[in-house]
Design a protein around this ligand. Structure first.
Ligand SMILES: Cc1cc2nc3c(=O)[nH]c(=O)nc-3n(C[C@H](O)[C@H](O)[C@H](O)COP(=O)(O)OP(=O)(O)OC[C@H]3O[C@@H](n4cnc5c(N)ncnc54)[C@H](O)[C@@H]3O)c2cc1C
Ligand SMILES: *[C@@H]1O[C@H](CO)[C@@H](O)[C@H](O)[C@H]1NC(C)=O
Ligand SMILES: *[C@@H]1O[C@H](CO)[C@@H](O)[C@H](O)[C@H]1NC(C)=O
Ligand SMILES: *[C@@H]1O[C@H](CO)[C@@H](O)[C@H](O)[C@H]1NC(C)=O
Ligand SMILES: *[C@@H]1O[C@H](CO)[C@@H](O)[C@H](O)[C@H]1NC(C)=O
Ligand SMILES: *[C@@H]1O[C@H](CO)[C@@H](O)[C@H](O)[C@H]1NC(C)=O
Ligand SMILES: *[C@@H]1O[C@H](CO)[C@@H](O)[C@H](O)[C@H]1NC(C)=O
Ligand SMILES: *[C@@H]1O[C@H](CO)[C@@H](O)[C@H](O)[C@H]1NC(C)=O
Ligand SMILES: *[C@@H]1O[C@H](CO)[C@@H](O)[C@H](O)[C@H]1NC(C)=O
Length: 532
């Protein structure tokens, strides 16, 4: 699979098309363009969904993860294309430019702000649902995985072939490989093996001219940029070649609940000093949220400690006794299992096959934000934080903290665009989820999480206050609809990418000078006329 075939060269590469900005054309003529520029128009017409198609809505909603962007008021694409062939994508890229339409690229649809399927200008969606082949090469510990696959599908395919190989991507199985690898991607194996993007060794991308390029063809600058800089600024990433990583036949999982009455505040405080220093074979994260106490029904805060350890339970308990005795870990809070079972364990799946079910996910409305913490937050500040979780707007709120350290300290900040390495104790994800509809409810939760974010300001990284690109947050700054200067974009760009932002902008200027691939947080072109 994934050999660069030559047929497309004949089809589209030869096309030299003008970049003259065309007025937005009718839907029909865009679709006609697709057919004209595909050598097999009968084949492309089968993957084109216009608004009048009865399947349009179900295709659009197939992977919308955040219901905040699924209402009647949300802008909708003129056309959705679910390509089955490379030339389908090439045709969309060319015809969208001709017809002045923006393109949004969707793999798993988990973007926190819905950027893969929502735009405020006329646009089309390329949904990669049909590009999800996975080829595992056990002998060489590598795999080719197409962007439309989910990380759950990837884990499943690895486990079919080997019990001692894994991959350090996210814990949540329905997330798309396309978005996640492009923005970094981390899970329980982070401290030993780094990010998903750290383990990418080749990729296939279709660029603004419709060329299909592998690592050699795209060059090291672009290959650097798409491993953490977000694919959507540069082209359509079709597939990734990844390095699989060794895991032992038996791993240990930990899940331990501690409420405020069980000294959660002290434990969280202590964890801040311990988490990033533990053996790299473990990643001990904490999920924090409000619950009703089991004794008296009064609200309290639960700290749910969760870890995977790449080794047996005895070793793990010894390790925790030595490094974090305050937790008072009990053996029954741990369990031994295979690595793939540990993946299932944390999402509560009973069967491995559920990893293949792309709708196996709770969809609700949510807003999330992120931070990096570099010095421990004082206990008294944690107590103030808990107070915020008792507010009305915090219903459905969680805060997840995950330790860095380990191999993250060994990788330079400029190795790939993801810059958050040495010196970070942990990453924080704040989120608030709700099911009700209506502006008032939305405002209540969103203003709550914004207040939480300002409360945290003194305790987290600053200059810049760093954020994780995969936890997209439009509150930290957006591009203009038209031209956006590099300086303006640094407002959000430095938070995600620090000093790598400049190099990202240089790569962008080289590969997509006219800024065709753009969105509210795409890397700007440095050319002054860089927008169409
Ligand atoms: C429930 C949930 C759990 C999560 N868990 C984790 C976790 O454990 N670890 C972690 O690191 N992150 C996690 N995330 C964040 C997740 O990694 C990002 O939201 C990621 O970008 C989603 O990828 P996607 O393909 O599903 O999303 P999409 O919405 O399809 O895409 C996200 C962005 O990438 C672009 N993009 C997608 N595919 C391509 C492509 N093929 N070529 C070019 N650009 C593309 C889109 O245009 C969009 O800008 C989680 C998110 C959710 C909603
Ligand atoms: C495309 O078609 C839809 C529905 O048929 C219509 O509402 C919309 O205005 C059309 N857009 C353009 C740009 O023609
Ligand atoms: C065109 O596509 C159709 C449907 O995918 C297929 O049946 C047909 O063989 C293709 N024709 C050519 C010339 O490739
Ligand atoms: C909707 O679009 C799909 C894909 O192009 C096509 O196969 C189907 O026939 C269309 N359905 C209708 C009712 O137009
Ligand atoms: C493994 O990699 C080597 C060296 O890159 C290559 O020659 C060989 O064909 C690969 N083996 C398989 C099974 O792909
Ligand atoms: C909480 O900590 C105190 C001392 O700091 C200790 O005496 C007490 O046993 C702890 N409570 C629990 C439930 O662990
Ligand atoms: C907790 O208690 C409150 C008030 O009694 C109730 O409204 C809420 O549903 C309870 N939450 C849970 C998760 O049980
Ligand atoms: C996938 O999961 C959803 C939600 O749990 C369920 O409704 C559906 O039947 C499942 N599909 C398959 C094929 O198992
Ligand atoms: C990080 O580098 C140190 C020193 O070279 C080494 O001992 C350690 O094993 C490395 N950590 C990881 C997780 O690779």
């Amino acid at each position: 699979m994934m050999h660069l075939s030559s047929f497309f060269t004949v089809v589209v590469i030869a096309l030299v098309f003008s970049f003259k900005s065309a007025a937005v054309d009718t839907n029909l003529s865009f679709v006609q363009c697709l057919c004209t520029y595909s050598h097999n128009s009968s084949s492309i017409s089968k993957v084109v969904y216009t608004k009048t198609n009865s399947s349009y809505s179900s295709i659009l909603h197939i992977s919308i993860q955040n219901l905040r962007f699924a209402s009647n008021k949300t802008p909708k694409p003129l056309v959705i294309i679910t390509p089955q062939e490379v030339f389908h994508i090439q045709a969309v890229i060319i015809c969208s430019q001709r017809h002045g339409l923006q393109v949004r690229i969707r793999s798993g649809g988990h973007d926190f702000e819905g950027l893969s399927y929502v735009a405020k200008v006329p646009y089309v969606v390329i949904d990669l649902i049909n590009f999800r082949e996975i080829e595992i090469n056990v002998k060489n510990s590598t795999a080719w995985v197409q962007s439309g696959a989910t990380v759950g599908e990837l884990y499943y395919k690895i486990s079919e072939k080997s019990k001692t190989l894994g991959f350090p991507a996210g814990a949540f199985p329905t997330v798309g490989v396309g978005g996640q690898f492009g923005g970094g991607g981390y899970g329980f194996l982070l401290r030993k093996y780094g990010l998903a993007a750290d383990n990418v060794i080749d990729a296939h991308i279709i660029d603004v001219e419709g060329r299909l390029l592998d690592r050699e063809g795209m060059g090291e600058d672009l290959f650097w940029a798409i491993r953490g800089g977000g694919g959507a600024s540069f082209g359509v990433i079709l597939a990734w070649k990844i390095k699989l990583v060794p895991v032992p036949p038996t791993v240990t999982v930990l899940r331990a609940s501690r409420t405020l009455e069980q000294n959660a505040t002290k434990l969280v405080h202590r964890w801040q000093l311990v988490g990033s220093k533990l053996d790299e074979d473990t990643g001990l994260g904490i999920l924090l949220h409000r619950i009703n106490s089991s004794n008296n029904g009064e609200p309290t805060i639960e700290a749910l400690f969760q870890a995977t350890y790449l080794g047996g339970v005895d070793q793990f308990i010894d390790l925790m006794q030595e490094k974090f005795p305050e937790l008072g870990l009990k053996r029954e809070e741990c369990a031994e299992m295979s690595w793939i079972e540990s993946v299932l364990f944390f999402v509560g799946f009973q069967r491995r096959e559920l990893l293949l079910n792309r709708s196996q996910t709770i969809t609700d409305s949510f807003k999330a934000k992120s931070d990096f913490v570099r010095t421990p937050i004082p206990e008294v500040a944690l107590e103030g934080l808990w107070q915020l979780f008792y507010e009305d707007g915090a219903q459905g709120a969680t805060m997840i903290v995950f330790p860095f350290g380990g191999i993250m300290d060994n990788i330079s900040e400029s190795e790939i665009p993801f810059p958050h390495r040495s010196g970070n104790l942990y990453l924080v994800q704040y989120s608030v989820h709700w099911l009700e509809e209506g502006d008032e409810v939305v405002q209540k939760h969103i203003s709550w999480i914004r207040r939480l974010y300002s409360y945290m300001e003194p305790f987290v990284s600053n200059s810049p206050r760093a954020a994780y690109a995969n936890y997209r947050d439009l509150d930290i700054g957006v591009n203009n609809k038209g031209f956006t200067s590099y300086n303006q974009a640094t407002v959000w760009g430095f938070k995600y990418f620090k000093n790598n932002f400049k190099r990202l902008a240089h790569v962008k200027t080289k590969v997509d000078p006219s800024n065709f691939f753009r969105n509210e947080q795409s890397i700007p072109s440095l050319l002054p006329q860089g927008h169409k």
